[in-house]
Design a binder for this molecule. Sequence first.
Ligand code: ADE
Length: 249
Amino acid sequence: GAMRIDVITLFPDFIESCARIGVVGRARERGLLQIATWNPRDFASDNYRSADDRCYGGGPGMVMMVDPLRKALASVRAASGSEAKAEANAEAKVIYLSPQGTRLDQAKVAELARRDHLILLSGRYEGVDERFLEHAVDEELSIGDYVLSGGELAAAIVIDAVGRLQEGVLNDAASAEQDSFSNGLLDCPHYTRPEHDDWGDVPAVLTSGDHAAIRRWRLKQSLGRTWLRRPDLLDRVELDKKTRALLAE
Ligand code: ADE
């Protein structure tokens, strides 16, 4: 069935508006992806609906409390029946977005996209009580070495990157395979009409009709750009047999 992503967040409106647009929005409308949000404030035990409190040991900022998060997570599990499932991929994975996490890359995105259920936790303030992370979080992920004021943007990024890889979401299966990074290389340049413009002409090979030559040109462009812009990526690239044969032609 459709992949399910639950997001525990103090700003459910933000996640929901992101999940309404574009490729992800269409995937939801078509029933290929299920997304729900849960606000820890709805699980608070006081009249102020508090989900955060001051930091033990002093210092600035607030910390998200264990109990509202634990109750929100229990509700996610009850709503999704995630504990009842046996298959390895059916079990929900709980992911906390933070700069302290493992860096997200396309290989990680592809791995997450194969799961049936993800539960994302977006933090705010100084972070989340460490006891919740120890007991309830399976994995901590960072979207990059910079600090956001909350994990919502990071969760939206995970939803988009994972959502577009779901079966049937992109019109053309080849379109995901052509992505930058799916073969470990950066993407080649793209052109559309007009063929001739004040700002330049479309490379002749692309209008030649010679499909092998076009594939070879695109691969060389990808290799060249990767070498110039992201030489670090080349250390990890393994070109397959077909690709090496194409270059040798
Ligand atoms: N929350 C704040 N900064 C973040 C980052 N870089 N990655 C993931 N979650 C975050």
